[in-house]
Ligand binder design. Structure first.
Ligand code: PLP
Length: 370
């Protein structure tokens, strides 16, 4: 079978072989419940706690880390903090217009509870207007949520400046770091950070919410009071160990991964030099290249170039059939949104992948215009 060139590393990443090896014994013989008091249980619990430390090693400080089933769940859990803030008369939530649905839709759901939810616009390069945030944020603001790296266009938001503004009014700050965790240093002073296993060469089905030590969040999932009482349910030691190992590898390989991905990105930029880049190039994670070509039918392109896995936008947005709200927020016309593709480079891509994929995509794109 012909190999698929995988250039969709924002949707998900391949499992690192070392992660697979770390998980296997826990799926086979070491089956203990980490919440049991006997020896098998205690062994499983020790594995979970070692993984927690590995994940925390990439976070800004020693805090509280709650394992969840996904980053989406971690974000929903973190948002619960606004219920407590409401008791202090804080009923406003501010998020960026370009947030992933996990943040955007969760924020919007709080309108039903009487919260005012502001979706902040971004500039045409995808970076938020700090002045706009400064004008919206006030002493009634409960929470500001902003992503570190955008999943569709790769732009990096000025999180530390956002935190400063949030804290100046006594609001809390949640950062969706799903596309940045393990790839760059985490911003300081954020109150909560959400991350996901399957974006860092780890397993699907696990994420985490990190929060400052002093922060208390309401229980989202009731039951056996695992995970500090806020997220009940038996943990999977295999998934925890997989996430821990993936975090450890990201820690050890961070510089090497970045250098490798920068080289791939430079080559891709040259090979696609007659396409237009969506979003800032200066403030961008190099593993993302979102580009467009006027008149292109992207759905047709994806079905023609079958041996390359790439995306028309975010995997989630494609699933919903909604046009990308991120590209729309940059001010792109609907036709330009529909003529955009996202290429995502990762640890396991090589220069050959980029050259072959560019060749196939460029030939198919050219054929459409003839
Ligand atoms: N936030 C961002 C920026 C993402 O890219 C994703 C996944 O696409 C998520 C949140 C949701 O992560 P998960 O798949 O772990 O729920």
């Amino acid at each position: 079978m012909k190999k698929t060139i995988y250039l969709d590393n924002q949707a998900t990443t391949p499992l690192a072989p070392e992660v697979f090896e770390a998980m296997v014994p826990l799926l086979k013989d070491n089956f203990g419940n980490p919440h049991s008091a006997h020896k098998l249980g205690r062994q499983a619990a020790a594995i979970v706690e070692a993984a927690r430390e590995q994940v925390e090693a990439l976070l800004p400080a020693k805090g509280k880390l709650v394992f969840t089933g996904s980053a989406t769940e971690a974000i929903n859990l973190g948002f619960g903090v606004v219920r407590k803030q409401l008791e202090d008369g804080r009923n406003k939530i501010i998020v960026l217009e370009t947030e992933h649905a996990a943040v955007r839709d969760t924020a919007i759901s709080y309108r039903e509870l009487g919260f005012e939810v502001c979706l902040l616009p971004v500039k045409e390069d995808g970076i938020l207007f700090l002045e706009e945030l400064a004008s919206k944020i006030d002493h009634e603001t409960a929470l500001v949520a902003a992503m570190l790296v955008n999943n569709e266009i790769g732009v990096i938001q000025p999180i530390e400046a956002i935190v400063e503004l949030a804290h100046s009014q006594g609001a809390l700050m949640l950062c969706d770091a799903v596309q940045g965790y393990g790839r760059m240093t985490m911003p300081k002073n954020v109150d909560m950070i959400a991350l996901s296993g399957h974006k860092i060469y780890g397993p699907k089905g696990i994420g985490a919410l990190w929060m400052k030590k002093e922060l208390e969040i309401p229980t989202l999932i009731h039951g056996g009071r695992q995970e500090m009482g806020v997220r009940s349910g038996t943990l999977s030691p295999a998934l925890c160990a997989g996430l821990g190992k993936a975090a450890m590898l990201c820690h050890d390989y961070m510089d090497r991964d970045l250098e490798h991905i920068e080289k791939l990105s430079h080559s891709a930029q040259e090979l696609f030099s007659d396409w237009v880049v969506n979003g800032s190039m200066a403030q961008r994670y190099p593993g993302n290249l979102n580009i467009r070509k006027d008149g292109l039918d992207v759905a047709r392109l994806i079905s023609t170039v079958r041996d390359v896995a790439f995306s028309a936008g975010s995997a989630c947005a494609s699933g919903s059939g909604r046009p990308s709200h991120v590209l729309t927020a940059l001010g792109l016309e609907p036709a330009q949104v529909k003529s955009s593709i996202r290429l995502g480079f990762g640890r396991y891509n090589n220069m050959d992948d980029i050259e072959q994929a560019a060749n196939l995509i460029n030939i198919a794109a050219k054929a459409q215009s003839q």
